[in-house]
Each structure stands twice: as structure tokens, then as C-alpha cells.
Ligand binder design. Sequence first.
Ligand code: NAG
Length: 526
Amino acid sequence: MRALAFLTVAFSVSHYVHSARILGLFPHTGKSHQMVFEPLLRRLAERGHHVTTVSFFPLKNPPANYTDVSLEGIANIGVETMDLGFYEQPRPLIGYFGVERILKQVREFYPLADMALNVCRKLVNWPALTEALKKDYDLVLVENFNSDCMLGLVHVYGINAPTVALLSSGMMPWSPERVGVSDNPSYVATLSTNLLDRMTFVERLENTFVQLYFKWWYRYDIQLKEQEVLEKHFGRKITDLSDLARNTSLFLLNTFFALNGVKPLLPGVVEVGGMHLDPNRKTIPPHIEKFLNESAEGVVLFSFGSLIKTASIPKYREEIIVTALSKLKQRVIWKYEDSGEDGTIIGNIMRVRWIPQLELLNHRKVVAFIAHGGLLGMTEAISAGKPMLVVPFFGDQPQNAATAEAAGLAKVLNYAELTEQSLLEGLRSVLSAEMRLSARRASKIWHDRQTNPLDTAVYWVERVLRWGPQSPLHSGSKHLSFHEYTLLDVAATLLAALILVILIIHYFIFTLIPRSLSFSGKKKIH
Ligand SMILES: *[C@@H]1O[C@H](CO)[C@@H](O)[C@H](O)[C@H]1NC(C)=O
């Protein structure tokens, strides 16, 4: 018994990972993306690992064992860069079968290719990164978004360590085959659509087209071009980036099914949505706190997120919004860049430059949230149990809005259909007692998990550190070609066999039998 206990202890101790060397690679410029990964990187360092993070957002107060490699200067970072005037362009005339929606999705993804390639061309020549890549690591964390340039660099510098992909969203259309998780478009909605898991024929058509298109687009407009950039720079052939991508051990997704809908998972696809929620509360600035506490009917929080520049909203739209909001009993706090230092007050509305969003959503006076459907805001709202009116714009926002509505804590309002009346109606339904109750229930369901998301993420990262390729977490489907995966070869064989059987039966019935009948008939005559 004692020997057994000793063995157990020895076994668990020997597989505890001590201060592993972890390299985190984050070549995307969106600040909201990094906000998801930062708490995990910090926590890994706090647990004694040596973390080297390559990103556009070096930490202001890094923990011990933490090294930042800055990419600042490679490209402009994505904060308040999205102009709302973009959504005023005349819409194409083709409105049938979701064609207009498809074109919108295609157009929105388009700039991601140039962004990826511009960054990749500079990464190959970025001395601080080169230095970092010359060292040894036990594990590589890499953002899976619009680029595989980093995978190529890791390979070129001979870093032989398991790879964990981090996403600040759900799976990108080009992610599932890397780990072999099902993304059958008959029921798995593509991230850019506003579809759920039950689709009509036309919706399945849209979903299938968009999914296949984006896989193809990613391969030809990004991956192969990055391959070219790398091969040109290093002057030699490099393993195909798609093969390197298929070597990913684990995917951590910034989703959780209770908010983002149930999708197929695998041991190597783990949902850690909510891991960015910082338990250390920030303080709410005094002028905002005062505004909150002096409201009798509660406050509606209004933010279009970090990427959209709210001040770029066309005047007529702003007037619609202000008129509608001023008819509310509640007060409104609106994140709006061009505001005074202590906020600008217009009637019941206070405009502020930047808001501590999570703290405000958790504030007892905040009763609802007008949001754009960014995943972080949605996650914060469900965590706080506050109902939302969502006006989605781009990327995964339409999808996030749709799933939040299905989860019972949101109403969706189309920006193109935003009028004083639709805004007020939407707000009244979001502020109703039923909706507040429903949001609180959704929140409880969302919080109900075995472990909190940050601990879950840490566990899985360390599990990969412990076992690496010895404990595969993917399915065999990542090794299949398209026709094998979709069973087109089997279907073709079955179809051929079926046709053969029909031909044989046909032959017997219509050729053999009538002939023998007529033959016997002839015999009789003779
Ligand atoms: C795949 O990853 C493992 C480490 O997990 C490594 O040993 C192997 O060389 C990698 N294969 C390729 C093609 O990069």
C-alpha cells in the first residue's frame, strides 16, 4: 500500500512540468485579440514557466519570468480605426438568396490578406524576433487568425516543440482541418454568417459556399503567398505551411457553448471563453460612478467596442440615436472618443472616451447593454447577466449576435434598419422584466462549469507540455483528402454498384425473360 502511494506520488511529481520555456507568437494588430491571450500568458509565467511573448502589445507591468518581444512599428495597431461611414455605401442590387450577405462577408475578409502579408514580409527581417527564435522552447503558442507566417518561422529556426493555437474567436473557416474536427456546413455555421445550427436549404447553400470559399481564399490569398515570402527570404523550399498547420496539438477557443452555440469539439479543441475576465476589478472613474449612483432607473451602457471609431458615425444617424436614447427613463453611458476628460453630458446621456466595460456591466445600476456583438463584450455581458441590444457590424459579430439572441439574452438590430422607432422598441424589449430574468438565467448557465476558463486553459497547455505528441488530441480526419473526408469515393462506388445491380435486373427482366417467353412461344407455333 505504501509502495503504491509512493509510486503514485513519484509518478505525479515526475510529470509535473517545471518552468517550461514557452514561446507565444501573436502577429495580429487587433488589441481586443491580445486582451484574450494576455491573462493566460501572465498566469503561465506566474506558475513558474518562462514565457517569451512576441506581440504588438508589450505588457506594462510584466510578471517575473516574462519577456516581451515587441512588434511595435511593423504595422499600425487596430484601435478605433474602423470608420462607420463605410456602412453608408450604397448596397448592391442583388438581394436574392443571401447573395448580398455573401458579398459583404467576402469583402470584409479581403483586407486581412494584405495585413497578413505586410506583417509577414517584415517579420522575416525583425531582429528582436530572429533573436527570440534562435533560442530553444518546450512549447509554442501561436494565434490562429489570418496568418501562418509564424509557423513557417518556427520551422525554419528548427524549434521542435508542440504547438498550441489560440483564437480570440471561434474556429476560423480554415481551422477545423488542422485538428480534424467536424465543420459540416449542414449544421456548423461559418463564423462570418449570422446563421445558427438549424438552417433552411438556402441558408445551407450560403453556409457551404462561404465556408468553401474562405478555405480556398485563405489557401491561395494568404498561405501560399506567405510560403512564397518565406521561401524567397530564406532562399530555399520550406515544408508546406498547411502541413505545419496540421501539426497543431491543441486549439483553445474564446467561446463557450452556452453563449456561442453547441458545435462539435474534440479533446484537442477546448472552449475557454471567459478566460479574459479579470477578477481584479478596475476602479470606475469618480465622474462615472457619480453618474451611475445618481440614476433612479438604472443605466444603459452603450459601446461599439475598441475597433470602431464611434465618432465617425454620420450626423443623421447620431441624431436618430440621441433622440431615441433621450426618450428613455434610464440614463445612458456611451463610449464615444471625442468626449471631454470628465465625460460630456447631453440630457440623460454621458459620453466618455473609454469605459471599464466589465466593471460597469457588473455594476448594480447598469441594467442593459447596447453592443456591437464583439465577442469580448458579449462574454462580459453574459458573465454579468445583463441583457443586450446588439447592432452587429462585421467579422464574427453577426454570428455572436445571433447566438446571444438564441441564448436568451439579446435582441438583434440591423444597423441598416436603425431608426428612432426600431431602436426604442429594441431597447424596451431588452429592458423588460422577462428579458432581465432571462439574461440572469443565461448567465447562471454560462457560469456552470467544472473549472473556470483560465484554469481550463492552463491545464490543457500544461497537458500538452507533459505529453506532447505522445497523447494526440486530434481526430484521424485531418489526414484525409477532401473526397475521402466527404466519402465521395465511397458514395461513387455505392452508386456504381447500385447502377450495376439495376442494369443486371433490367437485363433479366426486359432482355432474358421476354426472349425466353417469345422463344417458347415460337416453339409452340412450330
Ligand atoms: C510536428 O510536431 C512535433 C512536435 O510536437 C515535431 O517533433 C515534428 O517535427 C513536427 N512535424 C513537422 C512536419 O513540423
